[in-house]
Design a protein around this ligand. Structure first.
Ligand SMILES: Cc1ncc(C[n+]2csc(CCOP(=O)(O)OP(=O)(O)O)c2C)c(N)n1
Length: 951
């Protein structure tokens, strides 16, 4: 402190106040020295002010500093405030602030008793506070709502509040109101819990343990990924749900990975215990659909009551082995329910995602999920994240699994509060979960609980954990089960009777044994999960059913009416002049039938007609409103004021919702979210678009584990559409391929549809087909880039009105089938290149003798249609497959067998030739010229060669 300040403080405390008043209205109106003092002070001051409204703690603090200092013997009695006192108070204020910020580092959150290393930031000497100062009185406690006390007393209070069994990370939050609220609530974390709640908590712990012990004794050595050690998750979720229901929640989504899942399914989600035991018994029911899954991946949904008897619908999404991916699916499910059933009211449906410490800190998708919190297209009003931090990941120590201090550090990205809690402290956990609910409902943000616990056994029950964590498991061996630990606490501190608690536990064991006996004696069979509500009304369809024609037609008048509506803009809306010319006016021409409809218009009409029939449409993708190639412009931006307008929403029926979302730059979580949304909103149309098709491989886990296999594993029906721009245009290795071959490799058992269209009417009918049938299947669509506006791909209003979806398109140019000597099968863009070539003089002579047959739907393959088409061409000499992708990519390795069968069944002797690029390590060459040279050679080979050609 400078000499100037000394004299000022000694002579005039009022002056300090005046300076602070000036600083408060304009920090630059005071000198740098004052500024730095007040800046250091301000954080705590703000919190203190909010802690007790209408009280200026600053005034009080200064008053007290004055009183204090005048009482101190060694200072001048004439001064109402002195420099030393003020300096001391500032040091203590900094010390208090340090505890608020870093106190959690010292918290006793580990139930296994490991002490946290001392944090230097919390040493008094770090702030220049010496041993002699310990008995000095300080007012700095006012900053956190405490009274004047000796420094050593304050220090103990700080330890009690910030380094107890709960550590709080609040100070990184930017909003002062939020911070103040959290600190005030946190100060009440040890508030007594009523006896009824304690009893419920005990019941829940006893039930959890009973189930594990029953399975362990009845199904010895069977994998169950027991919850033991992390049992506290169960009452934590119950406490949260009880409070959330009081605040308006009617539904709750709970997502969890394998550990503890069986227990959660039965004890929280309401899956009947006999169903679980029949799964352990393993007798499949005759009518069981598909390949099914291991029991700890199944989901469930039921209506049940919270502790205090409020009704709640609770569901757990199905989950594959891949950790953390289900988080995004759960969020999509939650959002769908909020949108569908409660008109977007986020208070009605809430969600909890449970994580493991290693997975939560290691998996990249966590970051993508977390980042969605406040985004308009994804926001669900806040999610509760509970990390079951059992301090080991399979066999890996935390020091090898993260660089971050905590497994929850990703929470800071969204400025969300984090609480680290010792899982042995169930009463504090209850208070924390009530606080979580209150916070979520007040601030609509995510809330994180780092539940520090342990894992009783190895990664699974047959694993020996002491191979890798011998010391940790010596401690765990002597640790009581959570229900026993809590019973000990209840009997010693809360007058519960030990025998009564034991009787509760024994009753659970006896009841569960009785269920087991029933399952055994009745030889019960595994039953398929039937979803509640919409999805349960839909069928599971076979490949054959998928090939039946779908009714997608609408009257021409209706289509025209909606087409006109799409082009209409409000008078107050000013479109970008360029768009007004090339999009709006062109679309008007299309709507009036003066111009053929391009891809964008046909796509928009699919949405508009569905909305008009009462279906909902949700399209999410990177820049989806405009479309990567500027073809969509479904949402226009006002050129004058930046407001947005989505004309198709004007076509919607009252209850049909439209959401066209420009997404965050994520593929994995973004696609997972739409999957979850599509499962829930089974009747609506849900689409995810890749910026370019190749980016979809960033979501490969979602594609493999959910989209392609969800139905056969879980009987889960959904019709998510993936729009994946695909096609080789000389743009290099990436951006050319959506990896068609990988989708085709995944096709079996009628699991999805993989298509590559060449005509705009096809996108219209295919999108309508998605929701007008009585079953749902994912649709993987290779979408155009260069031919979005090609006249060859354009359609007419009549084709939309009276046409239908075509799995295979015969060559309509061919007047006389008997003249055809060459039949070229292909899919997508290359077929248009072939038509272009046949129009050129060079190939004029081939025009009548070459038929181009487009396989618009590759899977399921319409064998009968293909045979019937080929059979027309009785004089065919050359049959080939043409593709622009390299031989090891595209559809070739999938289609060759299908075509071989088509040829055989058509009674033709030919073999199938291949016309395309050779096998390559990348989908496309990097040099544009090289691309065109190769493309020409492919076309030439296809139109001329009498044998396979690999370029
Ligand atoms: C994405 C993914 N990678 C690897 C695995 C294999 N695996 C299963 S459990 C596990 C450890 C998980 O540790 P943690 O997140 O702490 O949860 P815990 O099992 O300890 O509850 C691993 C690596 C997996 N299931 N998912």
């Amino acid at each position: 402190m400078s000499g100037n300040f000394n004299s000022v403080f000694q002579n005039n405390a009022g002056y300090v106040e005046e300076m602070f008043a000036r600083y408060s209205s304009d920090p630059n109106s005071v000198g740098i020295e004052w500024r730095s003092y007040f800046e250091g002070f301000h954080e705590g001051f703000g919190t203190a002010t909010a802690l007790a409204s209408n009280v200026s703690h600053y005034d009080e603090l200064l008053k007290n500093i004055g009183e204090n200092s005048s009482k101190e013997k060694d200072h001048s009695p004439s001064s109402s405030i002195n420099a030393d006192s003020l300096s001391f108070e500032f040091k203590v204020a900094a010390y208090v602030q340090a505890w608020k910020t870093h106190g959690h580092l010292q918290a006793k959150t580990n139930p296994l008793g490991y002490e946290a290393p001392k944090a230097p930031t919390l040493f008094p000497e770090t702030y220049g506070i010496s041993k002699e100062d310990f008995t000095r009185k300080t007012s700095a406690g006012l900053l956190i709502g405490l009274n004047i006390m000796k420094f050593e007393e304050l220090s103990l209070e700080l330890q009690k509040r910030f380094a107890g069994v709960v550590g709080a990370e609040i100070e990184h939050i930017e909003c002062p109101e939020e911070k103040a609220w959290l600190h005030a609530e946190f100060a009440k974390i040890h508030a007594p819990v009523d006896k009824e709640t304690q009893k419920s908590i005990y019941h829940e712990l006893a039930k959890a343990d009973s189930l594990e012990k029953t399975i362990a004794t009845k199904y010895i050595g069977k994998k169950r990924f027991s919850i033991e050690g992390a049992d506290a998750q169960f009452p934590a979720v119950e406490s949260y749900m009880e409070q959330a229901a009081k605040l308006g929640a009617q539904e709750c989504t709970v997502a969890i990975a394998h550990r503890g899942r069986l227990n959660f399914l039965v004890n929280v989600i309401g899956k009947p215990l006999e169903r679980l035991f029949t799964e352990f018994e393993g007798y499949p029911h005759d009518g069981l659909h598909g390949d099914c899954d291991v029991k700890y991946h199944y989901g469930y949904e039921s209506e049940r009551q919270t502790r205090n008897g409020q009704k709640i619908n609770i569901s757990m999404p199905f989950n594959p082995s891949h950790l953390e991916y289900v988080g995004s699916v759960a969020m999509g499910d939650t959002r769908a329910r909020q949108t569908m059933y409660y008109n977007g009211d986020t208070s009605k449906v809430t969600s909890i995602v449970l994580h493991g410490d290693a997975a939560f800190s290691g998996q990249g998708i966590v970051f993508e999920n977390v980042q969605m919190m406040s985004l308009q297209g994804y926001n669900v009003g806040g999610t509760i994240h509970i990390v079951a931090n059992n301090q080991v990941g399979f066999t890996t120590d935390p020091s090898d699994s993260r660089s971050a201090t905590y497994c929850t550090d990703v929470a800071k990205v969204t400025g969300s509060p984090v609480f680290h809690i010792n899982a042995d402290n169930l009463d504090e956990l209850h208070n924390l979960m009530v606080m979580a609910a209150n916070y979520r409902y007040k601030f609509k943000k995510d809330f994180y609980v780092d539940l520090v616990c342990f894992r009783r056994y190895g990664h699974n029950e047959t694993d020996e954990p002491s191979f890798t964590q011998p010391l940790l498991y010596k401690v765990i061996k002597d640790k009581l089960a959570p229900f026993e630990e809590y019973a000990k606490y209840l009997t010693t501190s809360h007058s519960f009777i030990d025998d009564e608690l034991k009787a509760i536990y024994n009753k659970y064991r006896a009841d569960m044994n009785a269920v087991y006996d029933k399952v055994k004696s009745e030889h019960m069979h595994i039953e398929q999960f039937v979803p509640l509500r919409e999805a349960g009304e839909l069928k599971l369809a076979s490949e054959k059913e998928m090939l039946k024609p779908a009714k997608t037609q609408l009257s021409l008048t209706k289509i025209k009416e909606l087409a006109v509506k799409i082009c209409h803009l409000p008078e107050t809306f000013t479109p970008n002049p360029k768009l007004a010319r090339i999009i709006v006016s062109e679309r008007k021409e299309m709507a009036e039938g003066n111009k053929k409809l391009d891809w964008g218009m046909a796509e928009l009409l699919a949405y508009a007609t569905l909305l008009n029939e009462g279906y909902s449409v949700r399209l999410a993708g990177e820049d989806a409103q405009r479309g990567t190639f500027s073809h969509r412009h479904v949402t226009l931006v006002d050129f004058e004021n930046g407001s947005r307008y989505t004309s198709i929403s004007e076509c919607a029926k009252e209850n049909s919702k439209v959401e066209i979302i420009n997404t965050l730059l994520s593929e994995e979580a973004a696609m997972g979210y739409e999957y979850g949304y599509a499962v829930r909103n089974a009747k609506g149309l849900v689409l995810w678009e890749g910026q370019f098709g190749d980016f979809a491989n960033g979501a490969q886990v979602i594609i493999d584990q959910f989209i392609a296999s969800g139905e056969t594993k879980w009987g889960q029906t959904q019709g998510l559409v993936l729009l994946l721009p695909h096609g080789m245009e000389g743009q290099g290795a990436e951006h050319s391929s959506a990896r068609l071959e990988r989708f085709l490799q995944l096709c079996a058992n009628g699991n999805m549809q993989v298509c590559y269209f060449t005509n705009a009417s096809q996108i219209y009918h295919a999108l309508r087909r998605q929701v007008t049938r009585n079953f749902r299947k994912p649709l993987i669509l290779m979408t155009p880039k260069s031919f979005l506006r090609s006249p060859r791909a354009a359609t007419t209003l009549e084709e939309l009105a009276s046409g239908h979806f075509e799995e295979i398109l015969d060559d309509s140019r061919i007047a006389k089938a008997s003249k055809v000597e060459r039949v070229l099968f292909c899919t997508g863009k290359i077929s248009l290149d072939l038509f272009d070539a046949l129009d050129k003089d060079e190939y004029k002579n081939k025009s009548e003798t070459t038929a181009i047959i487009r396989i618009e739907q590759l899977y399921p393959f319409h064998m009968e249609k293909a045979i019937s088409i080929l059979s027309h061409y009785k004089n065919v000499k050359v049959i080939g497959w043409v593709q622009e992708e390299p031989a090891n990519m595209g559809a070739w390795s999938y289609i060759r067998n299908e075509l071989h069968n088509v040829i055989k069944k058509s009674g033709i002797q030919n073999e199938i030739y291949y016309f395309g690029r050779s096998r390559r390590a990348t989908p496309a060459v990097g040099l544009e010229k090289q691309h065109f040279i190769e493309q020409e050679k492919v076309i030439k080979g296809a139109l001329e060669a009498n044998h396979s050609i690999e370029v």
